[in-house]
Design a protein around this ligand. Structure first.
Ligand code: PMV
Length: 339
């Protein structure tokens, strides 16, 4: 197949990944656990063309020329290398069109859905037949958290010891709903890649963060398997606050949460006082994600509207191939070329 389209959704970690053991292989220092959502999809089409003398990449219709293109090219080179190892003559460059519906770079894990969709579409376009664990390992090389967007619903990404053992797989769990409160959709000032490297290099608390994350992950997996929503929620909120606390001890310090983010954590605590069980978390940005039981999600969303734009999400599907949409610029060119 020389053209393929995949769709992937962001995931929000309930036990966070923050720190790499190996930056080239993208091996995390500890495992993590997340919920893949049914909202904010990224749809990516990859078409191979012998006419191209370099990869091209458009994001939401805009041609990318700098860092974003470099990351895509690096990832495609890896896929080409694998394709060559499998005897598929996949050395053509590719045209990549990606449509991302999440606010890019604002802590809603758009890099996760982005690289999960790219892994699935590029593997198919270059003729690689990979199973879900292999696709998860491949997506990991683009952005660590992308490994988890290959899996539907709740998944654990094993830290592993090498490329082979570091991938995500499903974890049985109760149904969990999520309210995303978008506080600020702008690109964050310090990327997670840079800030997590600095935490490892400069925070005196980094070793404790890693050992406590390993413990939180064990507790969280047990809570999911026991369908214990209260325990899942408590670990989620505690772990998020620990991550943001340790990031603030970088030198120079980084602070992702804004006063509005903190107000949302307070509003969530007030909901609990009223008997509605909700727990907050936030990735590398000011937006806050709040988990609840599905039956409480509307009440949680309406309690948070005064703080920002709210969006209700549920568990969604892992990255998968879809038909190339008719309005993809690529498919028109493809058809014109074929005519
Ligand atoms: O995969 P990256 O480089 O986008 O890092 C993601 C880091 C967090 O979103 C903050 C935590 C996580 O586990 O997703």
């Amino acid at each position: 197949m020389s053209i393929a389209t995949a769709r992937a959704y962001p995931n929000i970690a309930l036990v966070k990944y923050w720190g790499k053991r190996d930056e080239t292989l993208m091996l995390p220092a500890a495992g993590s656990l997340s919920l893949t959502l049914d909202s904010f999809p990224t749809t990516t089409t990859v078409r191979l063309s012998e006419q191209l003398d370099a990869d091209t990449f458009t994001l939401n219709g805009a041609p990318q020329t700098t860092e974003a293109l470099a990351r895509v090219t690096k990832f495609l080179s890896l896929v080409r290398e694998r394709a060559a190892q499998h005897g598929f003559p996949g050395h053509s460059f590719a045209e990549v069109h990606s449509v991302n519906t999440a606010p890019t770079g604002a802590g809603l894990a758009s890099s996760a859905s982005g690289f999960a969709a790219l892994a699935v579409s590029a593997a198919a376009a270059y003729g690689l037949r990979l199973d879900r664990a292999e696709l998860s390992r491949l997506a990991r090389r683009g952005s660590g958290s992308a490994a988890r967007s290959l899996i539907s619903g709740i998944s654990v990404w094993h830290a592993g010891e090498d490329d082979q053992s570091s991938f995500a797989e499903p974890v049985p769990s109760p149904e969990i709903a999520m309210v995303i409160a978008t506080v600020d959709p702008r690109q964050k000032a310090v990327s997670s890649r840079v800030a997590m490297r600095e935490t490892a290099l400069t925070s005196p608390f980094y070793p404790a963060w890693i050992t406590s994350t390993e413990q939180s992950l064990r507790d969280m997996i047990a809570a999911c398997q026991a369908h214990d929503f209260t325990r899942i929620g408590k670990i989620t909120e505690m772990h998020a606050l620990r991550m943001h606390a340790v990031i603030q001890t970088n030198d120079p310090p980084v602070r992702y949460l804004s006063p509005t983010s903190i107000a949302i954590f307070d509003a969530v605590a007030a909901l609990r006082e009223r008997g509605i069980e909700a727990y907050a978390t936030a990735d590398a940005g000011p937006n806050v994600a709040v988990i609840s039981r599905p039956e409480d999600v509307t009440a949680v969303a309406s309690a948070l509207t005064e703080h920002g734009e709210v969006h209700i999400a549920h568990a969604g599907a892992g990255a998968h191939l879809i038909d190339t949409p008719q309005d993809t610029p690529i498919s028109l060119q493809h058809l014109e070329g074929a005519a």
